[in-house]
Ligand binder design. Structure first.
Ligand code: NAD
Length: 283
């Protein structure tokens, strides 16, 4: 392997200990997570988030609601939590059961408590170049690139994936860092033509081995956001051979994954600062 491995754990641990210090300084930060139903992957994610939040000293509540909860009942609960003085940060684990309207649920979380940054106001502020609370995974990618001194100003960056959670906010953050950004997606023709141009390639499609060595320019920095559970275990979207071509690459597991939780905790501290008035939420 010629590529430098960009590990997420050391930086994630540093961020988590900084977050713990901030929680101690603030005194109490109330974080509520809401899990509707019993999707096994969601249970795992919620468990990991809780463990990290408890370790960092947050006052956490793990609210579990039945899979068949009525939409109105869920919205009423979220409105109550959004207004509660005990709650600084609020997270609803996605995806939700099919009968629930995800968009309405996201809109019901108070924007300044929206620890995931999914509310349209937070998405809009990012789009306008005034980021308030930004989705944790793309923020984690940016922090990793900065930590490894990857030059973004003027660089050709390609993002594969255009989800509201990863691809779109990723593209906006890269744009704000003055990269020239191309966003590829499932309708993109000749994906390799775009990826071969990339000095920085961020892959978030959820398809194992989507990116092969012949699609990557020599010395490119490749960030593999993909997390795919296969018979061979947890794999990303980038084939192992890409490490022979790239200059640097994030491993899966151990690359972007640890950063997501660390940045989520950072977002929760930001929510607490908005509530205390240390930071002004855009208005
Ligand atoms: P998603 O399914 O919402 O979006 C996938 C995107 O990939 C879509 O925009 C789609 O257009 C694009 N796509 C699909 N097939 C493609 C193809 N053949 N060529 C080009 N683009 C294609 O998924 P998501 O929520 O954005 O997550 C993407 C991946 O990132 C998943 O594997 C997910 O598990 C992983 N993820 C990891 C973390 C982490 O912490 N590491 C966090 C969130 C998501």
């Amino acid at each position: 392997m010629s590529a430098t491995l960009i590990h997420g754990k050391p930086l994630a641990e540093r961020i988590r200990s900084e977050v713990a210090a901030e929680v101690r300084a603030i005194g109490r930060i109330g974080l509520v997570t809401v899990l509707v139903g019993d999707d096994p992957s969601s249970e795992v994610y919620i468990r990991l988030k809780h463990k990290a939040a408890v370790e960092a000293g947050f006052d956490t509540t793990d609210l579990r609601l039945p899979a068949d909860i009525a939409q109105d009942e869920l919205l009423a609960k979220l409105a109550e939590l959004s207004e509660s003085d005990d709650v600084d940060a609020l997270l609803v684990q996605l995806p939700l059961p099919d009968h629930l309207d995800e968009e309405r649920v996201i809109r019901t979380v108070a924007p300044a408590k929206d620890v995931d940054g999914f509310h349209p106001l937070n998405a809009g502020e990012l789009y306008l170049g005034r980021p308030a609370i930004v989705s944790a995974t793309p923020r984690g990618v940016m922090a990793l690139l900065e930590e490894h001194h990857v030059e973004l100003d003027g660089a050709r960056a390609v993002v594969i994936g255009r989800s509201d959670i990863v691809g779109k906010p990723m593209a906006h953050l890269l744009l704000q860092a003055n990269a020239t950004v191309t966003v590829c997606h499932s309708h993109t023709r000749d994906l390799y033509r775009h990826t071969l141009e990339a000095e920085v390639l961020v892959v978030a499609a959820g398809i194992p081995a989507l990116v092969t060595p012949d699609m990557v320019a020599e010395r490119a920095v490749v960030v593999d956001v993909g997390m795919n559970r296969t018979a061979a275990g947890l794999v990303g979207d980038v084939e192992a051979g890409v490490a022979e071509i790239a200059g640097a690459i994030t491993p899966v597991p151990g690359g972007v994954g640890p950063m997501t939780i660390a940045c989520l905790l950072e977002n929760a501290v930001r929510c607490a600062r908005y509530r205390r008035g240390d930071l002004a939420y855009p208005s």
